[in-house]
Write a protein that binds this ligand. Sequence first.
Ligand code: AMP
Length: 281
Amino acid sequence: MELVKTIQEVRVAVKAWKKQGLTVGFVPTMGYLHEGHRSLMDAAAAQNDKVVVSIFVNPMQFGPTEDLEQYPRDLEQDRNLCEAAGAALIFHPEPEEMYGKNFCSFVDMTGLTEGLCGKSRPVHFRGVCTVVTKLLHIVQPDRAYFGQKDAQQLAVVRRMVEDLNMDVTIVGCPIIREADGLAKSSRNTYLSSEERQAALVLSRALKAGKEKLEQGVREAEPILAVIRETIRQEPMAKIDYVELVDAETLQPIDRVERDALAALAVFIGKTRLIDNFIFTI
Ligand code: AMP
C-alpha cells in the first residue's frame, strides 16, 4: 500500500491500473478511521480490483466556529487500518494541495442542502460538494462509497452526481454502531465517559420513533413527539433538530407514504452528534 500526498501521484497510479483494465473503488474520509470507515473499504474491496482511500480534513466544510482545529487525527493508526482492509492507495493531501492560492470555483446545491444539517451548518454542503467533486475528478473511480450515517451527505452526493452527469456509481453503506447502539463516529472521541453514556439517547430515541412506525403509525407528529420526548429526558442532551423527511428529496413530510428518513442532530455537552434511520415502505 502506498501513501501519497499529491494529486499527480494519484493520477499516475490510477492511470496505470486503468491501463490494465482494473476497476477502482474510492472511499473519501476525514481520517481517525473506525469500523464505519472500514465497512466502506470492505464494500469497495469486494466490488473493485483496487481501493483508494482519501484522508483529508476538508477546511471548506467547517464553519468558523466549528471543530476544524480539534478534529482528531492519527495517521499511523489510519494507515494500519487501510493496510488491513487491503487498500492499494491512501491519498493524504495538505490543504494547499487541494486549494491553491487562487482557488475560487465552488459546487453549490440548493434544496437538499438547506434543511437538516444545512440549517445549522450553512457552509457545510458547499464544502462537501466542492471537495467530493474535486476528489472524484482526481481519483476517477468506478464506484465511490458513502455511509448512511451521514444521510443528508449521501443524498446530496447522489443528487450532485446525477445532476452534473458524473461518471461514477455512488454506493451507500449501512450505519455501523457500537454494541450499545451509539453510531460510530470520529467525533465520539470528544465525549467524556458521562457524555458517552448520555449519547445513547440518540439511538434510543430513534428506536422509539421506529417502533411507532412499526406499530403502523404514519402521521409524522406522534413519531417526532416520541423522539423529542425521549431526548428531553436526558439532561445532558440538547436538540439541534429532529425531523422526518422524504428519503430522496429531504423535504419534511406530514405523513409517511414513501420511504422516509428520520434524522436528528443532538448536542451532548459541546459535541454535536447525528444519527438517523430510513423507514422503507
Ligand atoms: P468522515 O470521515 O466522518 O467524513 O466519514 C467518511 C465516510 O465514512 C462517510 O461516507 C461517512 O458517512 C462514513 N461513516 C462514518 N461513520 C460511519 C458509520 N458509523 N457507519 C457507516 N459509515 C460511516
